[in-house]
Design a protein around this ligand. Structure first.
Ligand SMILES: [Zn+2]
Ligand SMILES: [Zn+2]
Length: 367
């Protein structure tokens, strides 16, 4: 078993990652050692790099890992050495939410995904005896190896490339799950997504799969709208300062049945709410900036309209990720055009390209 690994370490807030060699701990009971082949970059990684989020530094981030199991700790039965796997978020399995098949609202979510240490108190990495924190989303996959848990390690079919599989662990699950699970979009509905980044486009792909008769993508970046059209959007709206409520109502005068907001921007969410059809639903999935408040005419809701919120697409990764990958294999969920591959060592370039919009979903590859 390896005793050291190469990792992209975030040492200081607002600084780039540095590629370093760190010592690796053994998998304890319930834990899984994975040799990573790929890891997507998600906006949560960018958020921790830029802003104080209560998780300690230096730390190895990365929470869309995919690779091969090298070893399992005591009590792990769902995967074994040699299995190809995708890693998702961690949950405890014992709290009321986990017991009711809603691990995304686990009472121990912060402790298991943000604490920087494993639940048994060990620090996953060290360097010259100093702690390098990890266990980010139960993995820390910006590295050649990760320690994950049985509950967030999901078996992967042989025929799905790691670089395409990795983003199912968070971003694709979040976007697609919000459309499939939270909103349960249907063919006789008009659908809109506010924000056509990787999460929004995953929601759009779900609406395409379900056959929604009208699919609208809204974004500030024209190139993303071009991509949305290629993926199946029937209409696009460039958010160039125009009244988004009126623009949506111009497409469907009676209003939009289901909207996913990925922007977390109060004006955009309000425009979406006001553009909803009677009995329409808007689901928000983005963390809004501190201090954000949304004002809207409460009578809007009297038309049977709902404002919902969801994390991780209301999805249990053990059932949802294999299901979504089956949709992908059946040609019903083609996210390949979203993915751009970078070597792990080029992580800072990948983050910059994501911020500039040059890459929609950067995926680091470890080979
Ligand atoms: Zn729980
Ligand atoms: Zn994420």
């Amino acid at each position: 078993m390896p005793t050291s690994t190469r990792a992209a370490v975030l040492r200081q807030r607002g600084q780039p990652y540095s590629i370093e060699t760190v010592e690796l701990t053994d998998p304890g009971p319930g834990q899984v050692l994975v040799k990573l082949a790929a890891c997507g970059i998600c906006f949560t990684d960018v958020g921790v790099q830029r802003y104080e989020q209560g998780t300690p530094l230096p730390q190895v981030l990365g929470h869309e890992g995919a690779g091969t199991v090298l070893a399992v700790g005591a009590g792990v039965t769902n995967v074994a050495a040699g299995d190809r796997v995708v890693l998702s978020y961690a949950s405890c399995g014992a709290c009321p939410s986990c017991s009711h098949d809603h691990p995304q609202y686990c009472a121990n979510f912060m402790a298991l995904n943000y604490a920087g240490v494993l639940p048994d108190g060990r620090v996953p990495f060290t360097q010259a005896g100093q702690p390098i924190y990890g266990g980010f989303f139960g993995q820390s996959s910006f590295a050649d190896h990760a320690i994950a848990y049985a509950r967030n390690t999901v078996k992967l079919a042989d025929d799905v490339p790691f670089a395409l599989a990795a983003p199912f662990g968070c971003g694709l699950q979040t976007g697609a799950g919000t459309a499939y699970n939270t909103l349960n979009v249907q063919a006789d509905q008009a659908f809109a997504v506010m924000g056509a980044g990787s999460v929004g486009l995953a929601a759009l792909l779900a609406a395409v799969d379900r056959g929604c008769h009208t699919i609208i993508a809204v974004d500030r970046v024209a190139e993303r709208l071009d991509l949305a059209r290629k993926l199946g959007a029937t209409h696009t709206i460039l958010a160039d300062g125009r009244d988004l409520m009126l623009a949506l109502r111009e497409v469907v005068a009676t209003g939009i049945d289901r909207i996913v907001d990925t922007t977390g921007a109060s004006a955009v969410i309000r425009a979406g709410l006001e553009a909803l059809a009677s009995r329409g639903e808007l689901a928000m999935l983005a963390v809004t900036a501190p201090g954000t408040e949304i004002t809207f005419n409460p009578n809007t809701l009297l038309g049977g309209r709902s404002l919902l919120g969801a994390v991780e697409g209301d999805a249990d990764p053990q059932s949802f990720i294999p299901w979504l990958i089956d949709r992908h294999r059946a040609g019903r969920f083609n996210h390949a055009p979203l993915v751009t591959e970078y070597p792990l060592a080029a992580i800072n370039e990948a983050v910059a390209d994501m911020a500039s919009g040059k890459a929609v979903k950067p995926v680091l590859v470890m080979e």
